[in-house]
Design a protein around this ligand. Structure first.
Ligand SMILES: Nc1nc2c(ncn2[C@@H]2O[C@H](COP(=O)(O)OP(=O)(O)OP(=O)(O)O)[C@@H](O)[C@H]2O)c(=O)[nH]1
Ligand SMILES: [Mg+2]
Ligand SMILES: [Zn+2]
Length: 352
């Protein structure tokens, strides 16, 4: 499919960060795929596979190119010279031992948080996604799949709507495009949407149905526990026939948060509003007298689960944000040390 840069979403915000020459030479492109050390970049007419050099591997995770990024290639089209400033970036704390940020998708306009009408559905998980969407500054839309195999799809829609009033909820049978009216209304030409959610909820199925071809492999969920099989292995960006760009993301096992203080206050604004009415300013909503939050839970206005999850996310956020800050300052100290050693070496050379 031949396309132009504009079809890939090259709006002035990005174009202004590159020179006319760079654009005319086809050196400005969008990252359409990210594998371990190979990055695919498309300038609208040509797709290039670019190896990620060690300089990029050594860069801070936030600075490395990720899917959805706009990048400038060198004049040999052999390496990524720079990553243009981002409009938005969806990130989480990477899985594993070290606390490190992992970028999931950049320059997205809308985040489709995909979840299905079965045992996979969890309000607490949605709250995590919504906090990260708020932090990224992107509009979240909850997409509920598998309405065709659920006895009570309506109750799932209701539960999804109650998580954060105002966040749109669309429900679909991912295999049947005639159920997609609500979803299609979000997909405009040049809009970039990322699909995130657990494995097996139907992200790639949604992409295939929208693209009207089998671009992405899909796989049945396990019969015993309904879990997905982690079919999609890397992130990729696709142009849809009707305009619009969709980023398919591998199923996320664990969505850990960091640096989401204000985002959490947005997602849990009902609890925050109540907390301001507690008798004690530092009320932990446990057994303190005059606790407005506990009263709201007792009267059924706020689910007890919601308060537990909010407190859990606050603790997790505090812990991870602290270790990130520590890692960053160690990184800076190390970089300073290297620079000192290099300067001394140069001095030495100059003197001899
Ligand atoms: N009946 C029904 N099946 C669906 C629907 N959406 C997805 N499926 C099925 O669910 C299974 C998992 O779908 P995938 O699209 O592979 O899920 P995924 O979210 O991409 O999973 P990962 O790539 O592992 O993250 C496949 O067998 C799909 O056919 C739906 O709305 N209704
Ligand atoms: Mg998939
Ligand atoms: Zn309280």
């Amino acid at each position: 499919m031949n396309a132009s840069k504009q079809d890939y979403g090259l709006v002035p915000f990005f174009a202004q960060q590159a020179s006319l020459d760079e654009i005319q030479q086809g050196r400005v492109g969008r990252v359409t795929e990210v594998q371990r050390s190979l990055i695919e970049v498309s300038d609208g007419s040509e797709v290039r596979s670019i190896p990620l050099t060690s300089a990029w591997h050594n860069a801070a995770p936030e600075d490395r190119p990720t899917v959805g990024d706009w990048v400038v290639l060198d004049d040999q089209y052999s390496r990524i010279e720079r990553v243009l400033d981002r409009k938005s970036v969806f990130r989480r704390v990477a899985a594993g031992e070290k606390t490190e940020i992992q970028l999931i998708a950049a320059n997205i306009d809308i985040l489709f948080v995909v979840t299905s009408c079965n045992e996979e559905f969890k309000e607490s998980r949605l709250e995590r996604y919504l906090a990260l969407a708020a932090d990224a500054g992107v509009m979240p839309v909850v997409v509920l799949t598998k309405i065709d195999v659920s006895e009570d799809a309506d109750s799932y829609v209701e539960r999804a709507r109650s998580v954060q009033p105002g966040v749109p909820v669309e429900s679909i049978n991912g295999l049947d495009k005639s159920t997609f009216d609500g979803v299609l209304a979000w997909i405009e030409s040049g809009t970039t949407i990322a699909l995130v959610g657990s494995s097996g909820v139907g992200k790639s199925t949604l992409l295939n149905t929208l693209a009207e071809t089998n671009i992405a492999a899909t796989n049945e969920i396990r019969a015993d526990d309904g879990k997905g099989r982690h079919t999609t292995s890397h992130r990729s960006l696709h142009r849809l026939p009707g305009g619009g760009l969709l980023i398919d993301v591998p199923g996320i096992r664990e969505l850990k948060v960091a640096e989401v203080d204000t985002a959490l206050a947005t997602v849990f604004d009902d609890i925050e509003a109540m907390a301001s009415k507690c008798r004690f300013a530092d009320c932990r909503h446990e057994s303190e007298p005059g606790c407005a939050v506990r009263d709201a839970i007792e009267s059924g206005d706020i689910p007890a689960r919601r308060l537990r999850n909010y407190q859990k996310l606050l603790r997790e956020n505090e812990r991870n944000s602290a270790s990130l800050a520590e890692r960053r300052s160690q990184g800076r100290a190390f970089a300073k040390l290297i620079k000192q050693v290099m300067d001394t070496k140069q001095d030495h050379k100059r003197r001899n």
